[in-house]
Write a protein that binds this ligand. Structure first.
Ligand SMILES: [Zn+2]
Length: 470
């Protein structure tokens, strides 16, 4: 059962890429492309005696060449929304408003309209998915925060309050709804909901990379500000004990993190920084020369979890440092017995721009998991699914894949200033969306964040339990 996709000419690499992601990678269907002299996209099924077809409007790829990557090609505000009454077997809810980033001209009045020849869609599914996955708007808009990051509010989906909806995943359901009505015997790839917990190791021990005077200041703060003699004792012990006994160091939560994941059958990822010397000002608090760190890397692997690369501050625009740091980590990890087919990781501070993907691909990394917003939880790429990335400037698909990340701990408690209850609710809402679309929930939890007290540790355990329950 092969789908035949007839498209107008132009933007060939971009079209082929998005068709391959949606029809091949995500839906698991056989398809082939045929160029046709027309102004919309038509999909038929090889061997369908009734010769029915799905018409998909052409909008983004109908952009004039001089407007490509220019503001004129961005979705026009306000974003219209359309719903379906009968979602069939798809993940859509009856009446759920689906945003139309790119649509038909004149605008359609329904998402899926039956006609004597088949079905006509009211949304440019392929243009919309391409727009979201390629981070097209980030190549057009210049908004950045002080760390060089694209803010959620600058995004089309952020400003339209769509950030907690995986819009690309919803588009795939709209397309599938039309397919299953026309060709009920067509089968799509089975998927199931998944949780990916990852831990960026920035600050593995409360005594590493600090002068004794800094530790003494934190010790005083434990007693006076945090009113916790226990915390002060653990900090002092980690610094002063003979033969560096870090078992009770307040940042040494690695055993707790691994245990919590293991309880739910999850394989967690621990991403390590890779510096040859420490530099407190740039957040390089440890080196891979430290025996305790090397031992930790080996222990993570032995327990069946993943070891990955956490790219240093500022490297997101630096292909050489990316390559050197990753090679350094890999060498140390392999000496610790870590052998993995696939290496990936994340940029420190979620510092990321379009050329970062290219640097990671060139360094030989298989996946990145950086592309979430620092200042809001949600779906920056519009999807809960892993996908191969597209190099917008090079106009070619990359060998790198993007692994879903929607939630960072610092976003919840820092940027969004949520209470523990509100944070729990926010993560639960994202988890429910991921579960609905049978996608992947990606969570970043730092080893030194909100795990110091028994109450915080219980909260974290409850959160992982809630995310993992089906
Ligand atoms: Zn970091």
């Amino acid at each position: 059962m092969t789908l035949v996709v007839e498209t107008p000419s132009g933007y060939g690499a971009e079209r082929r890429y998005v068709l391959d992601v949606v029809l091949g990678d995500w839906l698991g269907l056989e398809w082939r492309l045929e160029q046709a002299d027309r102004s919309d996209v038509r999909i038929r099924l090889d061997g369908d005696e009734n010769a029915r077809r799905v018409v998909v409007p052409e909008s983004l790829f109908g952009t004039r060449v001089e407007d490509w990557l220019a503001p004129a090609s961005l979705p026009a505000a306000p974003i219209a929304r359309l719903a379906v009454d009968d979602p069939g077997s798809t993940a859509l809810r009856p009446g759920q408003p689906i945003p139309v980033l790119y649509g038909a001209t004149p605008p359609a009045r329904a998402l899926v309209t039956p006609d004597p020849d088949g079905m006509t869609l009211g949304v440019d599914v392929f243009g919309g998915v391409f727009f979201l996955l390629s981070r097209y708007e980030e190549a057009v808009l210049v908004d950045r925060d002080r760390y060089g990051r694209f803010p959620a509010a600058a995004s089309t989906t952020g400003s339209a309050d769509l950030i907690v909806t995986p819009v690309a995943d919803a588009y795939v359901e709209v397309l599938w709804l039309a397919f299953e009505r026309l060709w009920p015997r067509l089968r799509r790839r089975d998927r199931s909901y998944e949780v990916l917990l990852s831990h960026d190791v920035d600050d593995p021990l409360a005594v590493l990379g600090r002068r004794p005077a800094d530790v003494a200041r934190q010790f005083a703060a434990d007693l006076v500000l945090r009113r916790s003699p226990g915390l002060a004792g653990r900090r002092a012990h980690s610094l002063l004990a003979r033969r560096a006994d870090h078992r009770r160091d307040p940042h040494n939560t690695f055993d707790l993190l691994m245990r919590t994941s293991e309880r739910h059958g999850l394989r967690a990822a621990f991403y390590f920084q890779s510096h040859t010397r420490t530099d407190v000002a740039s957040g390089a608090l440890y080196t891979l020369g430290h025996p305790w760190i090397r031992e930790l890397i080996g222990r993570v692997h032995e327990r069946g979890h993943e070891v990955g690369y956490h790219a240093g501050f500022g490297t997101y625009r630096d292909p050489e440092r990316t390559a050197t740091e990753f090679a350094g980590l890999r060498e140390v990890a392999e000496r610790q017995g870590v052998h993995q087919d696939r290496w990936g990781g994340r940029q420190h501070y979620l510092q990321w721009t379009l050329s970062t993907w290219r640097n990671w691909e060139a360094a030989g990394l298989a996946y990145d998991s950086t592309v979430a917003y620092a200042d809001a939880v949600g779906f920056r790429t519009g999807t809960s699914r892993e996908f191969p990335v597209f190099d917008l400037a090079g106009r070619r698909p990359s060998t790198l894949r993007e692994r879903p990340l929607q939630v960072m701990d610092v976003t919840l408690f820092g940027y969004m200033s949520l209470s523990p209850d509100a944070a729990f609710a926010a993560v639960s809402r994202i988890a429910d969306e991921c579960r609905r679309y049978r996608g992947t929930l990606g969570i970043l939890w730092h080893n030194d964040s909100h795990l110091r007290t028994v109450r915080e540790q219980r909260w974290y355990a409850a959160l992982v339990e809630r995310m993992s329950s089906v």
